[in-house]
Design a protein around this ligand. Structure first.
Ligand SMILES: C[S@@+](CC[C@H](N)C(=O)[O-])C[C@H]1O[C@@H](n2cnc3c(N)ncnc32)[C@H](O)[C@@H]1O
Length: 494
């Protein structure tokens, strides 16, 4: 294959959200199902080459007894994989026949969302939607923008979501019979992304979560594909109440890797009073410690008189006002590239980003008055040691009356103004501590830290933060020293 071919294949696969599940992961997914009924109506939407159906069939054939008939419905839009899919299903039929199981399959070479939405809508002329006992899904992952055809189609059946994978899951659970089961492997972003709130609401109202499984490695679950998202496997059941307890497990994702599992009260996974319906995913012992430490903290950000917001300068909207080099009539504009250890390094003339923004009537609404602000990066790279990276903007270092914070930053402020110094430094220590980092890593599968995540975090009270701030003699402390300081004060709370 030439490089050009490879790129075009890669692009096509990205467009289709095509990542095939490794056999051992597909088998693990099938193993999570509770015993199915004797006659199973199986759905495999976005079937690829059929790895999930094959895994299910293998399990049924090995577990003699139980299942007597499988009626499999598969949707796959990519013409190029249909022949491999067909071959694999014929192989399933042979295996079933040997095991005395009747196996019937139908491949729909069409768009699952479009077909099913038409049937689920109240169209008078469309066929009633099919019903399934079991659905296995590794749905395509791709953003769907608010004006896109997919969004419009999904909206018509009451599904509001910004990614194809959540669209698939929302349609799939609508097709399940009461008591029907769904095992899915998807990105973890739906668990706490702010845009997924309507999806979570719908999902948790319709399905009881039975099991969550996470991988320590991002790639091990997929055949040769470089998947950058962190994934989760879930097992859920339609139309029953959420359980009191749920099993959460983790493994490296490699073949034959050890599985660690723990039972958690469901109320720790989805807090009963949480209007965001976040799905917290605890998994490791270190997390349990971090969680206990953070959960025992008394304050919310608003009780501290502090607010966190996303940087207001969206650079492409204010292109004409941006300047690479500060000049008269401009004020500092800060990007993540200006983070320099605990403080900001500004201007950074060798950086690709602008350093300044004009201060005029058009830009003023996007600027903030100078003061002490705590800044955090919204996106950290996989290589970065911490998920949460905070630094201090100090007007003693960058003299200005106004300042712009770009949209890739979050900034902590007091009602639109700067923070009191010791409070800001205390928050700096707290947010840069390992305990908060661990809490975040388990709470959030992606490398993005949203203002909502920071708003819902529990914090030490104001006095403690200020004491920590006073005790931080320099912002340039080692991680170990920051941790010692924070741990000492958090322990005092227990
Ligand atoms: C993430 S892959 C998973 C494939 C397979 N289920 C597996 O686990 O290996 C998702 C599949 O959905 C297919 N697909 C994407 N959009 C689709 C749509 N609208 N309708 C049906 N299939 C679709 C892609 O071509 C791709 O093969």
């Amino acid at each position: 294959m030439t490089i050009a071919d490879e790129i075009s294949t890669r692009e096509r696969r990205a467009e289709l959200g095509q990542f095939f599940t490794a056999d051992h992961v597909a088998d693990f997914m099938a193993s999570l199902l509770a015993p199915p009924p004797p006659t199973v109506r199986l759905l495999d939407a976005g079937a690829g080459v059929g790895a999930l159906t094959q895994a299910f069939v293998s399990r049924c054939c090995e577990n003699c007894g139980g299942v007597r008939a499988i009626d499999a419905t598969l949707y796959e839009i990519d013409q190029e994989v249909l022949s491999a899919l067909d071959t694999h299903l014929r192989e399933c039929a042979r295996r079933c026949s040997k095991a005395g199981i009747s196996f019937h399959f139908t491949i729909h070479a069409s768009d699952f969302i479009q077909d099913m939405s038409a049937q689920l809508g109240d169209g008078l002329f469309s066929a009633p939607p099919p019903v399934f006992d079991i659905a296995l899904a590794n749905p395509p992952y791709r953003k769907i923008h608010s004006g896109s055809a997919e969004r419009r189609i999904l909206r018509r059946i009451g599904v509001e979501t910004s990614n194809l994978y959540t669209g698939f899951i929302a349609v799939i659970h609508r097709l399940l019979a009461p008591g029907g089961q769904l095992v899915g492997i998807t990105p973890r972003s739906f668990c706490n992304g702010p845009y997924f709130r309507p999806f979570r609401e719908d999902f948790l109202n319709q399905l009881a979560l039975r099991r969550l499984h996470v991988f320590d490695s991002r790639q091990a679950a997929f055949r040769k594909d470089s998947v950058l998202q962190e994934n989760i496997i879930f097992h859920a059941e339609k139309g029953v109440e959420q359980p009191r307890e749920i099993i959460v497990s983790s493994s490296s994702g490699e073949r034959n890797s050890e599985i660690h599992q723990q039972i958690f009260p469901f109320s720790e996974i989805v807090h009963p009073k949480d209007s965001e319906r976040f799905i917290h995913i605890p998994s490791t012992a270190r997390y349990a410690e971090a969680k206990t430490a953070i959960d025992s903290l008394p304050s919310r950000l608003d009780a501290l008189g502090v607010t966190v917001s996303t940087g207001r300068v969206v650079d492409f909207r204010l292109k004409d006002a941006l300047r690479k080099t500060p000049e008269s009539g401009t004020v500092p504009l800060l990007y993540p590239c200006h983070f320099n250890g605990g403080t900001v390094h500004w201007p950074k003339l060798q950086a690709r980003k602008p350093n300044a923004i004009l201060d005029n009537d058009e830009t003023r609404p996007w600027l903030v008055p100078s003061g002490i602000y705590l800044l955090t990066k919204r996106f950290t790279s996989k290589e970065e040691r911490r998920r949460l990276v905070a630094c201090l903007f100090d007007p003693d270092q960058v003299e200005t009356e106004w300042v712009g914070f770009e949209n890739h930053l979050n900034y902590f402020h007091a009602g639109g103004h700067g923070l009191e110094r010791t409070l800001a430094i205390g928050l700096y220590a707290f947010l840069n501590s390992t305990v908060v980092d661990q809490y975040f890593r388990c709470f959030s599968g992606h490398t993005q830290v949203n203002a909502t995540d920071l708003r819902t975090l529990a914090y030490p009270d104001r006095d403690t933060l200020q004491t920590m701030g006073r005790e931080m003699k320099s912002l340039d402390l080692s991680q170990e020293k920051i941790d010692q300081l924070v741990t000492k004060h958090l322990h005092a709370h227990r």
